[in-house]
Structures are given as structure tokens and as C-alpha cells.
Write a protein that binds this ligand. Sequence first.
Ligand code: C2E
Ligand code: CA
Ligand code: CA
Length: 378
Amino acid sequence: ELLQQVGPRLHAQLRESDTVARLGGDEFAVVLPTAGDEAGAVNAAGRLLAALQEPFAIESQRLQIGGSIGIAISPEHGTDPATLMRRADIAMYVAKQNRVGHAVYSPEQDRHSPGRMALAGELREAIRAGQLVLHYQPQIDVRTRSLAGVEALVRWDHPRHGLMPPDEFMSLAEESGLIGQLGEWTIREALAEAHVWRAKGTQVPVAVNLSMRNLQDPELPNLVARLLEEARAAPQELKVEITETELMADPELAVAVTRRMRAMGVMLSIDDFGIGYSSLAHIRELPVNEVKIDRSFIAGLGDSAEVNPIVQSTIDLGHNLGLVVVAEGAETQAAWDTLVELECDVIQGYLLSRPVPARQLARWVAASPWAAGTPATA
Ligand code: C2E
Ligand code: CA
Ligand code: CA
């Protein structure tokens, strides 16, 4: 509703010849063919920001929002759309960082903190240009010793920096407003891959990680429904992992969103459980299917005779609430054995396999004693 109100407000500040478009998430682009020079563009930016500052009325609530605007000017900053978009993006990032409302692109910004700035601009293109890849890590059902599911983990195959792990660009994606597009890409890609596996006889849910920013998007359930339909996938083939910390950051929103997703039939998992100090009462309210014990608790498991009480109590708690309990980060046989003893349901970790490209996972499934639906005899 807010986005629907923002559009017309921006539009009202523009001329007939100007264009305003929503790029996705909470990002808009404005093209001003007759702004003339930098002063004209800055002037327009000021008007747009002022228009956003007026409170919005959403369901009888007054909502105060702000915006950050990045300005790129043609021909000074580029003559093709891609370059102009990238540079406007860098400028927007500067505006956001410095909390100044708007900023005009300057090459110094690129130089200022070259790595990060340039990356922010490159990430948008990366999504479009297919530089993002998903690696998949298998999860094994302890009881049946068969494949229980796979987790999709994103990497950026950067032309100069090589394969970048998510920790190096995820916060960038959040800050630059690209997390929505990234989430959409991840779900679409993971479902497409699940479709390939299904055709080959491996039918397990694929888990994707979403951040709270994704869940805050009121369009998310509709988007997920559309992507499921696109991939001809059943809702239970998709699992969404959300960290306990993020769920606890806004408990009310967490309940609302998880209920909506769950009502659609999508599977839900609480990720990194044990470090967020959630209250038992609250976990009860969330209609999730599983908890994943944070890997920091699993790493050293079995090294000493004493079992971390968090692991034991999370498994018991999970079972009492009727949830599947997953342990991630199992690196050793000792950890595996301890988890089996504690009656953990599902195990994931380097011991079994690192996250690998889809094709490699298919080989792993074929070669290992674990196979979907066919319990190993070993
Ligand atoms: P996570 O969801 O907790 O993912 C598990 C991480 O643990 C992965 O790191 C995986 O490679 C690593 N891991 C798995 N088994 C072991 C093990 O036995 N030992 C050790 N030491 N580590 C293990 P990765 O792929 O670097 O991902 C890091 C984080 O990035 C993820 O943590 C997740 O929070 C985030 N992330 C990954 N993909 C996405 C995505 O598509 N969207 C969002 N929003 N976040 C993502
Ligand atoms: Ca995860
Ligand atoms: Ca985790």
C-alpha cells in the first residue's frame, strides 16, 4: 500500500516528459530528459525527497518514511543505461551512507572506497548477467539414512574477484536495496533446480535463505506463489530459512509473515537457532516446521564427554513442539555419532559434503550410499 502511494507522489513532482518506474523492492528510478544540468537534477531530487517526507496514511496509521537518491548525469557520467544505472546506484549508496538525502555521482566516490562502492553498483548487474550461482548442500535423515533435503547457498561468481561467499556481499545487497531481487532470483533458481532433480527421481525440498528484508515485503507471498506456479512446484518442495535473530527482531511481523507463508503450504525453518535467545512462548506461536541448531554448537560436538546443554535442550524442545530438528556444521564422525545418540533428526555439514554446484550434488547423490527415498544398507 505504501509503495502504491509513493508512486503517484513521485509522479506528481515530475514533468510530462519525465519517467518514474519501480525497479523492484522499494527502489524507484526517475528519468529526467529535460533536467538540463546538475543543478536541475539536484533541484528535482530535493522536490522528490520533500514529497516523501509528508506522512503517509496506511490503514489509519501515519507512516513517516525517508528516501535516498543517487544522481547520474548523461553524458558526463555515462551514455548507456547500464553505466548510468550503476553510477546512480553508487551515488545512492553514498547518499544512504552519509544520510544526506541525495548525492551526485563523482568518480572520487568510486575511488573513495573502491571495493565496496564499485561492488554495490556491480551487484545489480550481476543478478541480471547471471553471475550469481547457487551451491547446494545435502541434508541427511538420520533414521532412514536418506537424503532429507538440500540447502541452496548463494555465491557471486565475480569476473575479477572470483567466487565470493555470501558474507562478502549480503549486507551490501541489503543496504543497496537489492535484497528483494536477490531473494526472487534465489527462489526461482532453486525451484528450477528442484524441477530437474524431480525429473531424475530425487524429490526433496530445497531450502532457501531469506532475510527479514525479504519478509517485510508485503508482496513476498504473492511472489512465492507465482514462482511456485512458474516452476510447477508444490509448495512443500520449498523451504524458507529465516534466522532466529531476525525473527526475534520483529516478533509480530514474524508471526504474521510465517503464518501467511505456512498457510500457502511452504515449509519454514528457524535458522541459526540457539544464539537468538528467543522465548519458548514465542517459538510456539510461529507455525514453523523445523529448527536448525546453529553450527557454533555443533562444531566441537563429541570432542569431550560433556554435551553442550543447548544442543540437548534444543533437540528436546524441538521434539516437544513437534518440529524436525536439524544440526548444521557437522564436521566430524564424533559430532555425527553424538547427534545420532541425542536423536537429532537431520544432519548437514562438511562431513557429508560441502555446498557444491548442482551437477556435483547429483554426482554425490548417485555415488554416496545416501539416496533419496532409498535407505542405504551400509
Ligand atoms: P547459513 O544459512 O547458516 O548457511 C550455512 C553456512 O555454513 C554456509 O556458509 C555453509 O557453507 C556453512 N557450512 C556448512 N557445513 C559446514 C560445516 O560442516 N562446517 C563449517 N564450518 N561450515 C559449514 P555460506 O554458504 O558461506 O553462507 C553463509 C551465510 O550466508 C548463510 O548462513 C546464510 O545466512 C547467508 N546466505 C547464503 N545464501 C543466502 C541467500 O540466498 N540469501 C540470504 N538472504 N542469505 C544467504
Ligand atoms: Ca541457512
Ligand atoms: Ca545456519
